[in-house]
Design a protein around this ligand. Structure first.
Ligand SMILES: Cc1ncc(COP(=O)(O)O)c(C=O)c1O
Length: 357
């Protein structure tokens, strides 16, 4: 029998979330962000379902090559650009756009040889202080780019540090810093991640770069995905593989630190941290068993987790367990486990069986 841990991917929900981005930023073209295996959803299947996207954004050159070889003809942007001069030949051969964020990357381009013209996205640091050229370095970077024989169109981008906080003024400050830095320079612009697509219209510009919203999780702190018009794409499911009645006072799981508060039924589901379910999800974290809410009991193991089924005395081996997704927002599980939806979704393990519909 196949182990029942399974990720159901709802491609209809994916397309509706994409349309939500389109509707929120109607004048912008969309770079669908697909890095980390499309946030754990499966790179090629997601790209094929999003054929309405104007471009795809990935980090790994291998992801870009996979997309091209799978027949994706859209613009593909390498969001962190080159890692070594050896990447140049592949970027040329597979018609990839490069983000250029540092003098080191400019030097790699200068040392290598562009065998065809390559479009570049010059990344400007407007306040996140992670990657990008400071505004006063833009002219020098452009001069080096234009001195290269193979530079095609140059576009400009920046990334926000706090767009998920709707009350933070730092996003407005970054938008203004970007405008000031570019002045009247010609060239298309891109600023917005998912949070800015939904909450910062002033950041929409020529291209938006939604990621997490496509997959149906909330990009904005304290706003639920449902309230933002987003639907979950991944439902992580498994089944009960064992049940046993336990007595009040019995200890359940590793460490024995969860003690049955009453006589109860404990179910064991075939999924654990080896599948990407967060080990730090505490007892009490919600799960759905047969569509009804129940809660974790004891520590999550590598392959299993225990569920307190005191109000489902009729539960049986083989019954469905939903860990997140349909009816149980991944954001809720992330909050319980002290992390974010991005980490949970992109961390779903290779043992999990994927089903697309
Ligand atoms: C450069 C860049 N743009 C866009 C995104 C998409 O962000 P989000 O998933 O929050 O929409 C990311 C993801 O972190 C990114 O690194």
């Amino acid at each position: 029998m196949t182990r029942p841990a399974c990720a159901h991917i709802d491609l209809g929900a994916l397309r509706r979330n994409f349309n939500r981005a389109r509707q929120a930023a109607p004048a912008s073209r969309i770079i669908a962000v697909m890095k980390a295996n499309a946030y754990g959803h499966g790179l090629v299947c997601i790209a094929q379902a999003l054929d309405a996207a104007d471009a795809f954004g990935v980090v790994g050159l291998d992801e870009a090559v996979t997309l091209r070889e799978a027949g994706c003809d859209q613009r593909i942007v390498l969001l962190e650009g080159l890692f070594s001069s050896g990447d140049i030949a592949l970027a040329c051969g597979y018609r990839l756009d490069l983000v250029i964020h540092s003098d080191h990357q400019l030097a790699l381009l200068e040392q290598g040889r562009l065998t065809r013209s390559i479009d570049v996205w010059l990344k400007i640091d407007t306040g996140m202080h992670r990657l990008g050229f400071a505004p006063d370095r833009i002219d020098a970077a452009l001069a080096r780019l234009h001195a290269l024989p193979g530079t095609g169109d140059v576009r400009f981008m920046t990334h926000f540090a706090r767009a998920d906080e709707s009350d933070a003024d730092s996003t407005a400050v970054q938008i203004e810093a970007f405008r000031t830095a570019l002045g009247g320079r010609a060239g298309e612009q891109s600023l917005a991640n998912s949070a800015a697509v939904l909450a910062w219209p002033a950041a929409h510009a020529d291209w938006v770069r939604p990621g997490i919203m496509l997959y149906g999780a909330s990009p904005i702190i304290a706003r639920s995905a449902g309230a933002l018009g987003l639907a979950p794409v991944m439902t992580l499911r498994s089944e009960l593989i064992a049940l046993a009645h336990r007595r009040r006072g019995d200890a359940v799981g590793y460490g024995g630190d969860w003690i049955c508060p009453r006589d109860t039924l404990i179910g064991v589901a075939a999924i654990g941290y080896g599948d990407g379910y967060p080990r730090h999800a505490p007892a009490g974290t919600p799960v759905l068993v047969n569509g009804r809410r129940a809660s974790l009991a004891g520590r999550v193991s590598m392959d299993m987790l225990c569920i307190d089924l005191h109000d489902q005395p009729d539960a049986r081996v083989g019954d469905e367990v939903i860990l997140w997704g349909d009816g149980l927002p991944v954001d809720d599980i992330a909050a319980a486990a002290g992390t974010i939806s991005y980490e949970l979704l992109s961390g779903v393990g290779t043992r999990v069986h994927y089903v697309y519909d």
